[in-house]
Design a protein around this ligand. Structure first.
Ligand code: 5GP
Ligand code: MG
Ligand code: MG
Length: 175
């Protein structure tokens, strides 16, 4: 149990279950990329623990880089846009695996993939630890999904509530 700013969170996915699932995702990636040298693109901050644990089980030659997604309002008519920050290397011709903490509406990962696509990578796959199918607003291809979960607010194992709660081994859910 964890209390942050008067909200109580209880265990939802245990550390053991998370680690077992990550190991099998990594084994799948090792098979799928057997003759490739992918670039792992980690979306900070939420995916940092997932990415670290996933990397430990990858046996293929691979590189890792970290990006952030900044939201800003361009005009009232175009609404919220998302900009990728921190990508300082060429991705042209690379096989990208974008690592996310959670896909909720899908708008963030959709925009990230669209913007990466502009720089002509050879391929883009998405690995997300969590996926809330009920919240999805536009269809998106998710090649590697850790856990499909119901539409509830979760935290821990990298995911935050107002900046706090990233530092747990389990994933917790709002009680
Ligand atoms: P999306 O664009 O798919 O709606 O979600 C983008 C971001 O919202 C995620 O990367 C994550 O930072 C945040 N988010 C969505 N659902 C949750 C949740 O249940 N818990 C936490 N901590 N963050 C969430
Ligand atoms: Mg995220
Ligand atoms: Mg957050």
């Amino acid at each position: 149990m964890l209390t942050i700013k008067d909200k109580t969170f209880v265990s939802f996915i245990t550390a053991d279950a998370i680690q077992a699932r990550i190991q099998s995702l990594a084994e799948q990636i090792n098979q799928d990329y057997a003759n490739k040298q992918p670039l792992i693109v980690v979306v900070l901050n939420g995916a940092f623990m997932f990415a670290a644990d996933l990397m430990k089980h990858l046996t293929i030659p691979c590189e890792i880089t970290f990006i952030r997604v900044a939201s800003y309002t361009a005009t009232e008519s175009t609404g919220q846009l998302k900009q990728i920050l921190g990508l300082h290397q060429s991705i042209e011709g690379r096989d990208l695996i974008v690592v996310e903490d959670i896909v909720d509406t899908g708008l963030t990962i959709g925009e990230v993939c669209n913007q990466l696509q502009i720089s002509s990578p050879a391929s883009i796959a998405v690995a997300t630890l969590l996926f809330k199918p009920a919240a999805l607003k536009k269809p998106i291809d998710l090649q590697y999904v850790g856990f499909k979960i119901e539409n509830r607010f979760v935290l821990g194992y990298g995911l935050d509530y107002d900046g706090f709660g990233r530092n747990t081994k389990d994933i917790l859910v709002l009680q």
